[in-house]
Design a protein around this ligand. Structure first.
Ligand code: HAM
Length: 422
C-alpha cells in the first residue's frame, strides 16, 4: 500500500477526469458503495474456491463479532446495493460506474499492489448481445481516452448453467489423464476449480492447457448464438480481438462472454482490464432473475505504462508573491485572492522569511513570475513584476505595473487573455 504525493496525484486526477467524462457520454452514472461489506457477500459472489476468497481478503471481526471484509472488487457491492434498493423497479436497465480503492492480500510485484484502484463499469438488466458489445466498446474507449495504446482484446465465452457442467466434466477427465505433470496448485484446483487450470502460468500446466478441450466447441445453441452476435457487433465497430479459450477469469460469477484487455511491457501483470457477463449473480444474492455484464480496469497498472510514454501533465504557471513589511503583507492578501479568482496559481511565503529567503522559495517552486510589494510599491500604487523566464537584461525582466492593471498584464503575459475572451 502506498502514499500518493501531489506529483503523482496529478496523474491520477487526469486519469479519473478522463474516465468520468468518457463514461458520462455513454450514459453511465457514478455509484459509491462502502469500502467494507459483510464477508459473506464476497464469499458467495466471487466464490469460496477462488484465490481472492481463499487467501487474499482483508477480513476482520467487527465489535459485534460479525465478519467484515475490505472490498477486493466492486461488482458484488454494486449488486448488493442494486437489490437492496429495488433498482429494477425504478429503471429497466441500470448503468453504473465506480472509481476507487480495492484490497487484495497478494504478493506485491510490478503492477500488483495490496491496495489498488479500479474503475469499474456495470450494466444490469439486459441479456442481449447488444449489452456485451456496448460494454466492450466502453472498456476500449475508456482505456483509449486515458492514453493507453497497444492493447490487445481477448475474448471467450464460459457458457451457462446448461452447457458449462458438461464442459467441466470433459475438462476434468482430460486433466486427470495429465494429473502428474500439473503443478501442485493445479492438482488441487483440479478438485476445486478445474477451469482455473487453463490460465495457470506454470510452463508444464500451460502446455497441458493448450491441448485441453475448448469450451467454445461445446457451447449450447443459445450461448453459441449469443457469442456469434457479439462477435458480429465487434466487427461492426472494427474492434480487433483474439479468441482466447484459456481465459477463464479469477472470479466464479461469470457466465457467457468474458473479456480482457492486455498491455505489452507490464510483465506477468499484463491484464489492464477484465470483465464479463454475470447473468446469475443478482438472483444468487437474493434478487430477481436479472442478467448483467461489466468490467473493471486496474488504474495503477495503467499508470505505470502511461508514465513511460506520455509527458508529465503540465504544471500550472506559478506566481509568487514577495512582500516586505507588515503593511505590504496585508495589502498582498487581497491582491492574491483577486488573482486566484481569475484562475491563476499564486503562492506566498507563509513563514514570512527575509526577501532573500522568499525569493529562494519562489525559485524552488519554479515560479514564472515574482510579484514584489514593499514600501516603495505601496507608496506608488504599483507592483514590481519579475519575469523569471526572461533573459537577464531584457526589458521584460523587471517592470513596474500599476496595481489595477496587474491582472490584465499577467494574464496577457501568460497567454490566458485570449482564452478568457472566448
Ligand atoms: P479482476 O480481473 O479481478 O476483475 O480485476 C480487474 C482488473 O483490476 C485487473 O485486470 C487488473 O488490472 C486490476 N487488478 C486486480 N488485482 C490487482 C492488484 N493486486 N494490483 C493492481 N491491479 C489489480 C474484477 O475485479 C471484476 N469485478 C471485474 C468486473 C466488473 N466484472 C464484471 N464487472
Amino acid at each position: 500500500m502506498r502514499d500518493v504525493y501531489p506529483d503523482q496525484a496529478q496523474w491520477w486526477q487526469r486519469m479519473e477526469w478522463k474516465l468520468a467524462d468518457t463514461l458520462r457520454r455513454y450514459g453511465y452514472g457514478e455509484i459509491r458503495t462502502p469500502m467494507l461489506e459483510p464477508t459473506e457477500l464476497f464469499a458467495r459472489s466471487i466464490g469460496e474456491e477462488t484465490d481472492i476468497v481463499e487467501k487474499e481478503m482483508y477480513t476482520f471481526q467487527d465489535r459485534d463479532g460479525s465478519s467484515l471484509t475490505l472490498r477486493p472488487e466492486g461488482t458484488a457491492s454494486v449488486v448488493r446495493s442494486y437489490i437492496e434498493n429495488n433498482q429494477w423497479k425504478k429503471e429497466p436497465v441500470s448503468r453504473y460506474y465506480y472509481l476507487g480503492p480495492m484490497f487484495r492480500h497478494e504478493r506485491p510485484q510490478k503492477g500488483r499492489f495490496r491496495q489498488f484502484s479500479q474503475v469499474g463499469v456495470e450494466l444490469i438488466g439486459s441479456l442481449e448481445p447488444a449489452a456485451d458489445v456496448e460494454m466492450i466498446d466502453v472498456m476500449v474507449e475508456c482505456i483509449g481516452a486515458i492514453g493507453l495504446k497497444d492493447t490487445s482484446l481477448q475474448l471467450n465465452s464460459l457458457g451457462c448453467a446448461k452447457c458449462r457442467p458438461g464442459y467441466r466434466d470433459s475438462l476434468v477427465s482430460y486433466l486427470q489423464k495429465n494429473r502428474e505433470s500439473l503443478c501442485e496448485n493445479c492438482q488441487r484446483r483440479l478438485e476445486t476449480n478445474p477451469l482455473r487450470v487453463l490460465d495457470c502460468k506454470e510452463e508444464a500446466c500451460s502446455h497441458i492447457a493448450d491441448g485441453a478441450p475448448k469450451i467454445l466447441d461445446v457451447l449450447c445453441e443459445n450461448c453459441a448464438g449469443h457469442f456469434q452476435t457479439v462477435r458480429r457487433g465487434l466487427d461492426s465497430l472494427a474492434l480487433e480481438y483474439h479468441i482466447n479459450h484459456r481465459m477463464v477469469r479469477g472470479l466464479d460469477y461469470y457466465t457467457r462472454t468474458t473479456f480482457e484487455l492486455l498491455a505489452a511491457g507490464l510483465g506477468a501483470q499484463n491484464a489492464v482490464a477484465g470483465g464479463g457477463r454475470y447473468d446469475d449473480l443478482v438472483k444468487m444474492l437474493g434478487g430477481p432473475e436479472i442478467p448483467a455484464i461489466g468490467f473493471a480496469a486496474g488504474l495503477d497498472r495503467i499508470l505505470l505504462k502511461l508514465q513511460e510514454t506520455i509527458p508529465e501533465p503540465a504544471a500550472l504557471p506559478t506566481i509568487f508573491m514577495v512582500t516586505r513589511g507588515g503593511e505590504a503583507w496585508r495589502a498582498s492578501l487581497e491582491l492574491m485572492r483577486e488573482l486566484r479568482r481569475t484562475g491563476v496559481q499564486v503562492c506566498s511565503d507563509v513563514r514570512q522569511g527575509s526577501m532573500k529567503s522568499q525569493m529562494k522559495q519562489a525559485d524552488r517552486r519554479g515560479a514564472r513570475f515574482v510579484l514584489v510589494l514593499g514600501e516603495d510599491e505601496l507608496a506608488s500604487g504599483q507592483v514590481t513584476v519579475k519575469d523569471m523566464h526572461a533573459e537577464a537584461g531584457s526589458d521584460q525582466k523587471q517592470v513596474q505595473i500599476p496595481r489595477e492593471e496587474l491582472h490584465r498584464h499577467l494574464l496577457q503575459r501568460l497567454g490566458l487573455l485570449e482564452g478568457m475572451a472566448r
